[in-house]
Design a protein around this ligand. Structure first.
Ligand SMILES: [Ca+2]
Length: 671
């Protein structure tokens, strides 16, 4: 497995020492470098350039003019000494508002332990201070940088604010050089694994990884997760494999690692910056000026350069407030600048949640106050009047709270509440539970009640509520009526005004032979009428009815009485008429039957009427019908063409509840 670092190198300045009696120059040639010409002028070759037609040399002063006049020579220029410039703040450091964060919070990440897993760090660089480190590269004995990449990354994180060179995002962070990449910029998975283990054992707080691989090494995944679980924030370059989709590399792809893409000074994502669903944020990564191996400086581009901008930001966050890796991810997510290229989206595969802003991120970092929560499960109880129920009250530690929480319960009139236990010991990050018992007094009306459980610890107080739905027996049925018939009594009633919060399932009929002497007779379903046929005519019966739901039986209804009696049946008057008294064969006879109460003369609706037409030879034709609400029912009788002549008789029998059967008749003739 080969690990590559992500950088497109760009070059650096160097310093040179010169012999006093000679003049240091650089000689440019027109067609080919001619070392022999330089030597022939008494010159000493220092360096033959590989990519331009030039030679660096020191020559006697008098040779300078001779060389300038030689037709092979294009130019001769002095090779003067370069001095470190006064400190500048690279554009990326400005872009992410790191200086604003230093000023606002009076801190530069002081003492936060940041490990640079890379090619090592130039330990002699005047703009870097390396607190410690280790090498896992075979054939090396120090973590000093023998490549340049690691020193560049380290400078972005923490180049010193010392008046020279550059300055990093968190210039007072404690830099640790974990050398896992060799002088060629590559390294083995095992070396990286060992580097992460070293970080865990040394209490490193942030790990910066500006390298990646296209396949997923299991051990590296496990090491990253282990570091994350140990509370270390891991940051990695997303890769330089863009702009294709899902080009993010490992370890940036791991959920335990913050994947960082690269943007330029206009906040536009670099074309080569890897894309993918794991991309979390972007940061400056194009033409980034930083420290370089050999106590020098260089400008480089790559997500390798974007990653340490985030690493430094994390150091500033952690200095302001202790946060878990998950919280750090959330802070970066919430505070990233939504750049124009995101077109209004909250997240894109090229920009992640946006470009990191150190000032906004550190502003969002705050020490969270230890606290606790109180919850009830279930949060609603259904309890019958006179019964009890219970709920589990759980107190949970938040933000590292630990201590004793006292629980109290308050219940409204008609309910009582108790907690067991009423004091809970809560460990940091833990929870504990108590049992809330609620008892409802027997006479408590149906309805919804609220029991509140409050937990207090010092000045902290939190509550949970439990809704108690109290159910009762129904109220008594109303408007009980009894109607006596022949050997029967029909009861009817209205439903209770309250079902007690639980549906009525049954009604119970009570009957007695004396007033106030009713005993249970039968239980009906959920109906509002009952006919008692187990009665004897002439006997007076007393009745009451109750309603029943899941909680129990209501009080009794009003008392009624009835005396079934055969003589109590009244008589019907049945009047039968035809539209004419005389008909021809083939005619239609219209018959009207009117059933009335014999005494009141009022029409009886619903009476069952049977009409029989008997012809002159004694052959009957039978029709049946039911009277309308006025007591009328109508029939038609067709006289057949060959029907016998003579007198026809029409009789009607009417049956109505509570009446004796009634009869009526009439006649007509067929001529
Ligand atoms: Ca500096």
């Amino acid at each position: 497995m080969i690990i590559l670092f992500f950088v497109a190198p760009f070059f650096a300045s160097v310093t040179l020492a010169q012999p006093a009696e000679r003049v240091p120059i650089i000689i440019g040639f027109k067609e080919a470098q001619d070392a022999g010409l330089v030597r022939s002028q008494g010159g000493e070759i220092k360096y033959v350039y590989q990519h331009i037609l030039a030679i660096a040399a020191s020559v006697p002063q008098q040779a300078v003019d001779a060389l300038k006049k030689n037709p092979k020579v294009a130019y001769v220029e002095p090779d003067f000494e370069v001095y470190a410039l006064p400190q500048t703040t690279p554009w990326g450091i400005q872009k992410i508002n790191a200086p604003q964060a230093w000023t606002a919070f009076s801190d530069k990440g002081t003492g936060i332990k940041v490990a640079i897993l890379d090619t090592g760090i130039d330990t002699a660089h005047p703009d870097l201070r390396v607190a410690g480190g280790v090498t896992y590269v075979i054939g090396t004995t120090t973590y000093n940088d023998d490549h340049g990449h690691g020193t560049h990354v380290a400078g972005i994180v923490a180049a010193l604010d010392n008046g020279i060179g550059v300055v990093g995002v968190a210039p007072e962070a404690a830099l640790y050089a974990v050398k896992v990449l060799n002088s060629q910029g590559s390294g083995s998975i095992s070396a990286i694994d060992m580097g992460i283990e070293w970080c865990i054992s040394k209490g490193i707080q942030v790990i910066s990884m500006s390298f990646g691989a296209s396949s997923d090494p299991i051990s590296l995944h496990q090491e990253c997760d282990a570091a994350y679980n140990a509370g270390i924030v891991l940051v990695a370059a997303a890769g330089n494999s863009g702009p294709g989709p899902e080009t993010t590399t490992y370890p940036a792809k791991y959920s335990s690692v913050i994947a960082v893409g690269a943007t330029d000074s206009n906040d536009v994502v670099a074309d080569w910056s890897s894309r993918g669903q794991e991309l979390w944020v972007t940061a400056p990564g194009v033409s980034v000026y930083s420290t370089y191996m050999g106590s020098s400086y260089a400008t480089m581009s790559g997500t390798s350069m974007a990653c340490p901008h985030v690493t430094g930001t994390v150091a500033l966050i952690l200095k302001r407030a202790a946060h878990t890796p998950a919280e750090v991810r959330s802070i970066l997510q919430r505070t990233a600048v939504k750049t124009a290229g995101m077109n209004g989206w909250t997240w894109t595969s090229a920009y992640g949640f946006g470009r990191v802003d150190a000032y906004a991120a550190v502003s969002a970092a705050q020490t969270l106050t230890p606290d606790f929560s109180v919850s009830a499960s279930p949060s609603a109880l259904t309890i019958g009047a006179g019964a009890s129920g219970s709920s589990t009250i759980t107190v949970t530690s938040l933000n590292g709270f630990s201590g004793t929480v006292l629980l109290t319960a308050s219940a409204p009139t008609g309910l009582s509440a108790a907690l067991d236990p009423s004091s809970l010991a809560i460990a940091s990050g833990g929870s504990n539970s108590s049992k809330l018992s609620v008892t409802v007094s027997p006479d408590t009306p149906a309805g919804a009640y609220t029991v509140t459980v409050t937990g207090t610890s010092g000045s902290l107080s939190h509550s949970a509520t439990v809704t108690v739905n109290v159910q009762t027996k129904p109220s008594a049925p109303q408007n009980l009526k009894a109607t006596a018939g022949d050997a029967q009594v029909t009861l009817s009633w209205s439903a209770p005004s309250s079902d007690g919060g639980s549906p009525i399932t049954n009604y119970k009929i009570y009957r007695g032979n004396v007033q106030g002497g009713e005993t249970p007779l039968t239980t009906t379903g959920n109906v509002l009428a009952y006919t008692d046929t187990a009665v004897t005519n002439g006997q007076t019966y007393y009745y009451q009815v109750t309603a029943i739901n899941s909680i129990g039986e209501s009080a009794r209804s009003n008392e009624v009485s009835a005396t079934p009696s055969a003589s109590s049946a009244r008589s019907l008057t049945v009047l039968v008429t035809t539209d004419k008294t005389s008909y021809r064969r083939g005619s239609m006879v219209y018959i009207t039957v009117n059933v009335t109460d014999s005494s009141t003369k009022s029409g009886i609706g619903g009476a069952a009427v049977t009409v029989t037409v008997t012809d002159s030879k004694g052959v009957p034709t039978i029709r049946t019908g039911i009277t309308d609400s006025n007591g009328f029912v109508y029939f038609k009788y067709k006289i057949q063409p060959k029907a016998p002549l003579g007198t026809y008789r029409v009789t009607a029998l009417a049956l109505a509840t509570g009446y004796d059967p009634g009869n009526g008749s009439t006649t007509f003739v067929v001529v």
